[in-house]
Design a protein around this ligand. Sequence first.
Ligand code: GLC
Length: 615
Amino acid sequence: MKILYATSEAVPFCKTGGLADVAGSLPPALAREGAEVAVILPLYQRVREKFGGQLKFECYDYVDLAWRHSYCGLFSLEQDGVTWYFLDNEQYFNRPDLYGYMDDGERFGFFSRAIVRMLPHLKFWPEVIHCNDWQTALVPIYLKDDGVREDRYRGIKTTLTIHNVEYQGHYGKDTLGDLFGLDHGWAEDGTIMMDGDVNLLKGAILCADAVNAVSPTYASELKLAYFAHRLEGILSKCGYKLSGVLNGIDMDRYNPATDSHIATNFSLEDLSGKNADKAALQRMMGLREEPCVPIVGIVSRLVSHKGLDLICEVLHDMMELPLQLVVLGKGDRKYEEFFHWASQQYPGRMAVRLDYNEDLSMAIYAGADLFLMPSKSEPCGLSQMIAMRYGTVPIVRETGGLKDTVQPYEAWRDAGNGFTFSNYASGDMLYVIREAVYLYKDYPDAFSRLRKRAMSCDFSWARSAKEYLRIYANITGQTWPVPAAEPAPVLEEAPAPAEEPAPAVEEVSVPTEEAAPIVEEVPVPAEEAAPIVEEAAAPTEEPAPAAEAPVPAVEEPVKKTPRKTAAKKPAAKKTAAAPKKKTAAKKTAAKKESVKKETTKKGPAAKTPKEDSAE
Ligand code: GLC
């Protein structure tokens, strides 16, 4: 199966949030399962600076979008069984940050159009393009547009992963043609419009062949107004193709037995190193070196949906418990000020670093005993999984991926891998913190068994990769895994008729269960996605039935309108540094230079650029 994974960030090249971790780990995991995988992302300044020497220049071409005609270079890198492609246009991507510019709409409109445009230059023609969040949401839409004229585009299936529905790519309605080069038909039938604006994520949800959220619980929550940021109606309507696939973590990178970031390594078999890491953390953060007092760690962006208001409400009650508190993160000023102030009230017992620091975060995962994540909403969350891998028991609110990865401790049958509370209420949070602290203090053996259960959870990517492959198989009508070829029959005397052509592998594999591109199977049973904790009861709650959610007045979900044929306005542009290697050059260097001079940048019509950051 040939998969092109389209993303605006990926570890180790560039990262602002969890999307980068996923995009850095899932494609190699898909490759390990036998898929042919390429990833495509922008050639940002930081990628050029850190990896420029390793990149191979492939070719360049020009991308037409509305009235623009822009240079696009293609670079590649082979790593972890995956081809990583980088699209180069210096005007759009040679900037210090990934997002937060007023022309983000134009930048990612270009990126999405360029992905489709550059397909003929890639090493394979993909069967599936896997898009992520609003930045690549235009890809399924452009494929529909191009598919009207060319079958080969129509043949490509698309899947969209929603990492955080809060960021949708809202732009004023005048951007439709001028910025995104789309015919007004896309607005008239409502496909890409929402509340009078262009909404890229909505358009992709309607046009993609499959849509998934990053955890089964988040997939259900997305049908509810509380979580869906006005897309609940569309997502309910598309419930037939919506599923939840729990993210994994890179179990090799996050391995306490080998991690070079932490003071002392340890493992499930020998946890003594964790005590040393705790002492190291206490020294590092200026906390009292008390081995028998549990450390509660928080590593988080300091923003509202992380549930920090609950902590602000009951911080003093928390600090009356025999615990120490460590906070690492930065974000909204009101939380930064609060935590800074609070840490001064409890010297030696509470320490705060308003920063993002990889080494310190690893020291907290390794040295803390409990890890607090009271999120209001959490599509998946990776920190709780990392904490568990390092034997730090999570305390979480039951939402999104937190609910799917943490099963509540049950003393009576010694089960569960953490502590959970359901209502978004500070009293409920305080109750389970108290439960956790006293289990640590009064029942160390029970706590140690709980810690070991948390450490034993399997959050590897292999499981998620298999689920994605099942989605790809559903939408392409293939079976996966491809059944092993039957052993050749031992019939030396009877040669096969020469005329009979050998069928392609995919055709040989007669679908055993379901080959039709019906997505009924896509929703993944909750128990399959739950992490492997022997004692933990599998989540049994069914997603909210789609029927109960309000169905909005949306016209035809998918439209196909011939693109407008009006002559393009002139003003071509070429913005990237000229590639060193010239393939069958289309323009002479001189001509390219003159094109570069002509380059203009149309004023963007981005309405809320900040809102569309990736995290
Ligand atoms: C977003 C979500 C986070 C998720 C990550 C990766 O950052 O907020 O919960 O883990 O994407 O999918």
